[in-house]
Design a protein around this ligand. Structure first.
Ligand SMILES: [Zn+2]
Length: 391
C-alpha cells in the first residue's frame, strides 16, 4: 500500500478527533476507517454483507433527484462555491472517451503548460459515463453506467481547506436527513495515472451501510513541467446514490425513474436506455470505433426488449432528466431516432443471421421484412418462426 503523507495525516487525525470521530481498523478487511458512532466495520458492501441501509427506517418526506440537485446548488453556492457548468460528455482529447469525473472541469489547470497557483473553488454537477461496472448492473443494485457526479472542486487547496470542505459536506448530508453517525469514512491512499503522471491522493470513501455514496480525494502532488506542485480537493458523490441513501427505497432506480417503468423493466434495460440517451443526445452516432462503438454496445443490450417497452417515452424522460444538468446538442426527437435506427439495424442483422439470408440491413425493420417477403427471399410464414424463437 502507498505511504500516506504525514502532514496530511496529522491534519486529518486532528480534524476527526476534534469532532469525536474514532479511527478504527475493520476486523473484516483490515483497512482503517473513521466512525463517529463506533460502528463495528468499515461499511463497505463486502464487509456489511450487502446493503443494510435498506433496513433503516426511511424519512417521512421522499427526496426527489431534482430536489436533491437543487439542495446541493443552494447549499454550496451560499457557502462561496461558484457553480461551474459541466464539461461536454464527449471528450475530444485522448485521455477519456466520455466525461468521467467532475474534476475534468479543471483539466486546463491540471494539464495546462503554465501552472495556476491561485486557489479556485467550484461546485459541479457533472453527468458522467463509466462503463467499467457495466457487467455488474444486472447483478448488483446501486450500479449504473452513467450518473451525475456531484462534487466540490478546490484547486490548490490547503489540507485545512480540504477538510473544511469535507465538514461542509457532512453538514449537507445532515441537512438531507442522512445521519452522519451512520457514515464510515474509509481510508485509502492511492496512486493515480493522469496521462502518464503519477498523482497521489489521500482518499476517504464515504460508506453508508453497504453503499459507497462518494469519495473525498485530496490529490497532493500534481506536478507541472515547470516543477510547480499543485493540489486538488475533490469531494463528490453520485447524486443518484445519495438520493437512494437518503430515501432507502427498495431499488436504486426508484430515484432515477420513471416510476411507472422501474417496477416493470429490467434494470439493465433502463440503465442502457438512460446511458444511450446521454451518449446520442451528446452527438454520438453508432459506429465500429471510439464513442460510437460504446453507443452501439449499449443499444445492443436493449435490442431484444426494445420491442416490448415504450422506448420513445423512456428516451424522452431521460433526455429531459439529463438536460436539467447539461446542455445536450441533439434534440430528444433526433436522439430517439438515432437509438431506434440502431435497434432496427440490429434486428435486421439478427434476422439475416437466423434465416441465413443477406438482405440490406441499414433500413427500418418493418421495411426490411416487407422487402424480404415481397422479393420472396423468405416466405411470410418464416416470420412466425423467428417470432417464436424470440418470445
Ligand atoms: Zn471492511
Amino acid at each position: 500500500m502507498k505511504e500516506s503523507d504525514s502532514a496530511i495525516v496529522a491534519v486529518r487525525d486532528d480534524f476527526f478527533a476534534r469532532r469525536s470521530w474514532q479511527r478504527k481498523q475493520c476486523p473484516l478487511c483490515l483497512e482503517e476507517y473513521y466512525t463517529k458512532r463506533d460502528l463495528p466495520h468499515c461499511g463497505s458492501y463486502r464487509c456489511a454483507g450487502g446493503y443494510p441501509l435498506l433496513n433503516i427506517p426511511a424519512p417521512k418526506v421522499y427526496l426527489e433527484l431534482g430536489a436533491c440537485a437543487e439542495n446541493f446548488r443552494e447549499f454550496f453556492t451560499t457557502r462561496g462555491y461558484r457553480l461551474h457548468p459541466p464539461v461536454a460528455i464527449v471528450r475530444s482529447d485522448e485521455r477519456t472517451l466520455f466525461a468521467s469525473t467532475a474534476g475534468q472541469v479543471f483539466d486546463d489547470l491540471i494539464y495546462g503548460q503554465s501552472p495556476q497557483r491561485d486557489p479556485q473553488q467550484c461546485a459541479v454537477m457533472q453527468p458522467v459515463i463509466r462503463l467499467q461496472g457495466i457487467g455488474l448492473v444486472a447483478s448488483l443494485d446501486g450500479i449504473s453506467t452513467s450518473f451525475v457526479h456531484t462534487a466540490t472542486e478546490c484547486w490548490n487547496a490547503t489540507t485545512e481547506k480540504h477538510f473544511n470542505s469535507l465538514d461542509q459536506w457532512l453538514d449537507f448530508f445532515s441537512g438531507l436527513g442522512l445521519h452522519v453517525g451512520g457514515l464510515c469514512l474509509k481510508l485509502k491512499c492511492a496512486d493515480n495515472d493522469w496521462a502518464g503522471r503519477t498523482v497521489t491522493s489521500e482518499m476517504l470513501k464515504i460508506n453508508y451501510d453497504g453503499l459507497e455514496v462518494g469519495v473525498a480525494n485530496l490529490f497532493f502532488n500534481i506536478t507541472h513541467q515547470s516543477g510547480d506542485i499543485a493540489t486538488l480537493s475533490d469531494i463528490g458523490v453520485g447524486l443518484e446514490r445519495l438520493v437512494w441513501a437518503v430515501n432507502k427505497s427498495p431499488a436504486y432506480f426508484d430515484g432515477i425513474g420513471p416510476l411507472s417503468s422501474v417496477t416493470i423493466h429490467k434494470r439493465v434495460a433502463l440503465d442502457a436506455i438512460r446511458t444511450a440517451t446521454l451518449m446520442a443526445g451528446s452527438g454520438v452516432v453508432p459506429d465500429h470505433k471510439n464513442q460510437g462503438s460504446k453507443l452501439r454496445a449499449m443499444i445492443g443490450l436493449i435490442m431484444e426488449e426494445a420491442q416490448h417497452l415504450n422506448l420513445y417515452e423512456l428516451v424522452r424522460y431521460y433526455h429531459r432528466q439529463w438536460t436539467s444538468f447539461v446542455d445536450l446538442p441533439v434534440s430528444r426527437e433526433q436522439t430517439y431516432s438515432t437509438i431506434w435506427s440502431e435497434i432496427n439495424r440490429g434486428l435486421n442483422l439478427e434476422t439475416n443471421r437466423v434465416l441465413g439470408i443477406d438482405e440490406p440491413f441499414e433500413q427500418g425493420h418493418e421495411e426490411f421484412l416487407r422487402r424480404a417477403v415481397q422479393k420472396r427471399v423468405i416466405p411470410i410464414a418464416r416470420l412466425w418462426d423467428i417470432k417464436r424463437r424470440t418470445t
